[in-house]
Write a protein that binds this ligand. Structure first.
Ligand code: PEP
Ligand code: MN
Length: 335
């Protein structure tokens, strides 16, 4: 388990959260790396950017106080340099950094030249869905002799199970963690996704934990409290002991079903978006005194959808039936 706040916000917050997690470790026996981001790669320049270098001493004090190994995110050669100089044992590369293999190579080069080798580098999947880019980044880090752990965090709040399964098939030897916090962006989803990862035989989790999530300076909607993490760890233990013993679904089938569920989710989301536009079109038609059913438009759509059916190797009749169901529903919505 890699757990801790999205961002280090103050010395007090870093140390008190670590102490709470150290007692969770005592009570549950979990193996835990304490995470806290010092340099935050944020979407907006107006958001909290992290406390930066100052927080390195807070992480060092955390190690002394709790004996937990610590991890922080690095995205520039300068940050790697500072983190290694401070003997931070675990570094992680964020999804934005991992979209750029040249940036990852530069970070690997700093590790190669350093006289301190970290105990591990955690590599998130890139923000774009690309298992080979993820693997390439892993190989760049491996080539400097540092142990690597892959972290699956999805893209744009979509799990992208297929990408993780591809990585698993290409490199079953690399430990794979799930980051349900960034995958969903919602704390209610964290336990569900964490359990799903257990069913898919992930090797662990990266979960954002904050003493007062609502007041967090970043990612406040997805962080959970140390108490909630403790409950989750107990659940996950029950999962492996009980449910897993009863479930004989082959692992490959579990992955494929996760992919199907995700595709259906995107299908239904797309249909809902389509219906929103249909409603808007209904208003425009009314303003212009046009009928809801427009035969010429329907024929043109049908011809184009048939071409798409052929292009994708789908049976024309089935595609036509699906189009008709959607079109009928759309026309009745506009009446
Ligand atoms: C993080 O772990 O705090 C983080 C920034 O994650 P990601 O790179 O996955 O967005
Ligand atoms: Mn975060």
């Amino acid at each position: 388990m890699v757990a801790g706040p999205c961002a280090a916000e103050s010395k007090q917050q870093v140390l008190s959260t670590a102490e709470k997690l150290a007692s969770v470790v005592k009570r549950t026996g979990a193996r835990l790396i304490y995470r806290a981001g010092l340099w935050k790669p944020r979407t907006s320049p107006h958001s909290f950017q992290g406390v930066g270098e100052e927080g390195l001493t807070w992480l060092q004090e955390t190690v002394q106080l709790t004996n937990l190994p610590v991890a922080t995110e690095v995205s520039t050669p300068e940050q790697v340099h500072m983190a290694l100089h401070a003997r931070i044992p675990y570094l992680w590369l964020g999804a934005r950094t991992c979209a750029n293999p040249i940036a990852v190579q530069e970070l690997a080069d700093v590790i190669r030249q350093s006289n301190y080798c970290p105990e591990g580098v955690l590599i998130k999947n890139p923000v774009n869905e690309d298992a080979h880019l993820w693997l390439g980044n892993i190989e760049r880090m491996e080539s400097v002799g540092v142990p690597v752990i892959a972290v699956h965090r999805g893209c744009n709040h979509r799990p992208c199970w297929r990408m993780a399964y591809q990585l698993r098939q290409l490199r079953a030897d690399i430990p794979l963690l799930l980051d349900p916090s960034h995958m969903s962006g919602e704390r209610a989803m964290v336990p569900l996704l964490a359990n799903k990862a257990a069913a898919l035989h992930y090797d662990g989790w990266m979960i954002e934990v904050h003493p007062t999530p609502e007041q967090a300076l970043s990612d406040s909607r997805q962080q959970i409290t140390p108490d909630e993490l403790e409950h989750l760890i107990s659940d996950l233990k029950n999962f492996s002991d009980e449910k897993e013993a009863l479930d004989n679904t082959p692992i490959e089938l579990r992955w494929l079903r996760a992919e199907i569920d995700e595709i259906d989710d995107t299908l239904w989301t797309a249909i809902a978006e389509r219906m929103d536009i249909v409603r808007h079109i209904g208003e425009v038609k009314q303003q212009n005194h046009l009928d809801a059913y427009q035969p010429n438009r329907y024929q043109a759509m049908l011809a184009q959808r048939m071409e798409w059916a052929d292009k994708n190797g789908l049976p024309r009749e089935a595609v036509r039936s699906i189009l008709d169901v959607i079109h009928d529903a759309s026309v009745s919505l506009q009446h």
